[in-house]
Design a protein around this ligand. Sequence first.
Ligand code: ARG
Length: 453
Amino acid sequence: EGQGRVICIDYSSINIAKRFHIGHLSTTMIGNALYKIYEHLGYKCVGINHLGDWGTQFGKMICAYKKWGNREEVERGGIHAINDLYVRFNSEADEQMEAEAREYFRLIESGDREANELFDWFKSLTLAYVQTIYDRLHITFDSYAGERFYTDKMAPVVEELRQKGLLKESEGAQIVDLEAYGMPPCIILRSDGASLYATRDIAAAIYRKKTYDFYKCLYVVAYQQNLHFKQFFKVLELMGKEWAKDLIHVAYGMVSLEDGSMSTRKGKVVYLEDVIQKCVQKAGDIIAEKNPGLENREQIAKTVGVGAVIFGALYNNKIKDITFSYDKVLNFEGETSCYVQYTCARANSVLEKGGKGGKYSVCEVLDQEYELVKKLAEFPATLHDALEKYEPCFVARYAVDLSQLYNKFYFDCSILNAGDENIRNFRLALTEATLITLTNALKLLGIGVPEKM
Ligand code: ARG
């Protein structure tokens, strides 16, 4: 299907010096799943982590570090230490510190060596930290070109906007008026000449088109930023970029926990690493109880626990706000990845006992077999639909449906003791096809499959 056409996917796109909270789970996993499904259908993907590595907050961090921090503590505490300093700045900084922070930010922008060394250091500590999370989730990116990368790529954009008569002055700032489209203006330059988030995104889109000549460029970003994307897509369209229609905001809803925690503003933040840790531990407990003799239990608990976190983020239509529940995502009989994984383990064990089965020719099939075959045949169309709507949940649902049909078949129809050799072979073939398809479905969502569970 893809014929090598290029899809840029902007996802995860973390902010430097901030920790990874559960809100980042959706963008990371939806982006990763779309990436894998596109590649599977023959597209060429470019995964971009559009780092939030630019903005006045970095001046604040340097200011806080200079006032309260020291090198050993930050080396030791890494992202946690930087984060603490930033939080402290926000609660304690007075007018003078705010002014100093602005000055530090200006120093970063003007290329001052010390300020940039500190910034680069914060950045490398953040990247080392997120890498540990990406490793657990098996996520990689093709590019980490973030906001700062576009610093020297904005002047030509501003110039082009000016030449095309799109820039207007408003209270000292340079804006593109979008009133005709029912939107507030898109601010391009502040009155002090500084660029904005949108300016960088416009420059980034132009750069991506030039560099990758994408067929589509996806932005997997929370729906809170709907207006931002609409605005800068429109600006690009007004600039005459006919490819602006190929920019797509893949919006998703919020994730919260059952106790209501999540939002940074309320202060009750849930960090993703803690959620993963807890799921792996719970998965381990359940497996120990269900199957105490199982070898390699720790590894399996990891695959099951991490899978549960990912599947939990992917099972619903992405625009819905979801409430993450440990019990729900780890319910072995529910609509979960562990249910699918368990079905795979079951199919595996059937094949282990029965072999892959030889030739068969079947003239009559039972309903359970027919339903299963029909579902297996739907897999390619499911992938296609998932991309058309940018909904990895179609694949997640499909995996659950297929598992249910297989389990019905497994309980209703004897496979190993089918009696007739022809039927036995057919049922083994169905089992193998199910295992392959479920494994592929989970793999495309970024989830592994243990052989035994
Ligand atoms: N770093 C931003 C945030 O956390 C998301 C960036 C999304 N990508 C983009 N090209 N604007 O809100």
